[in-house]
Ligand binder design. Structure first.
Ligand code: FAD
Length: 174
């Protein structure tokens, strides 16, 4: 963590600039990176493979089902169960239900439609155009990507952490 000085609009502000390492550039990691960067964190995404989103691209081959089209109340029931309280999931999903996901895709320039099954697909059915535009947005947000970085260990290092990757020359401090 470091202190950053922001002199915008003549005010002297201090903000806590948090550095975040995300292991794995699948859709979960990319979304986590997007949210963390929007919150002001400096984000690095590490992936063992040569590029991110490989399984996501495979998922798009037969038509990428983005989400079901249904009310928030119904959507929440997909995650809840005997050990998964409804109120927890309702709060976790409150800001990002299936309609929000469709708006998110639209903001990337990806039109979606609801099939007769009630499932939501990108108009082009594929994952590649969405991933391409998503990565542009993430890079514009300042997110750093490190490919061919297979994470293997995490150690305390002073007030931060040291991430170990396969091949010691790739180790990084956070
Ligand atoms: C054939 C097929 C069709 C599918 N169709 C759909 C669909 O229509 N709709 C849908 O929503 N889902 C679909 N899925 C599922 C979807 O692909 C997954 O749910 C999604 O990719 C999971 O995302 P994730 O980010 O959790 O994990 P992943 O996509 O698996 O990403 C994990 C990432 O972490 C990296 N990683 C792992 N270990 C390490 C390490 N030690 N160090 C560094 N990097 C590491 C991997 O290289 C990978 O890039 C489909 C899947 C398949 C296989």
């Amino acid at each position: 963590m470091e202190i950053k000085e922001d002199c915008s609009r003549g005010l002297l502000l201090f903000q806590l600039a948090i550095k975040i390492a995300i292991i794995g550039g699948g859709p979960a990691g990319l979304r986590a990176a997007e949210v963390a960067a929007a919150g002001g964190a400096g984000v690095s995404v590490f992936d063992a493979k040569r590029s991110v989103g490989r399984k996501f691209l495979v998922a798009g081959r037969g038509g990428l089902n983005l989400t079901p089209s249904e009310s928030s109340d119904q959507f929440v029931t997909r995650y809840t169960g005997s050990d998964q309280p409804a109120n927890l999931w309702a709060s976790l999903l409150a800001d990002f239900d299936s309609e929000a996901l469709r708006r998110w895709a639209f903001d990337l320039g990806i039109e979606t439609f609801v099939a007769t099954s009630g499932r939501v697909y990108p108009s082009e059915m594929k994952a590649a155009p969405l991933l391409r535009r998503w990565l542009i947005r993430l890079r514009e947000a300042g997110i750093q990507f490190a490919m061919c970085h297979k994470w293997v260990d995490l150690q305390r290092s002073g007030s931060g952490w040291r991430l170990a990757f396969k091949g010691t020359s790739k180790n990084r401090a956070f």
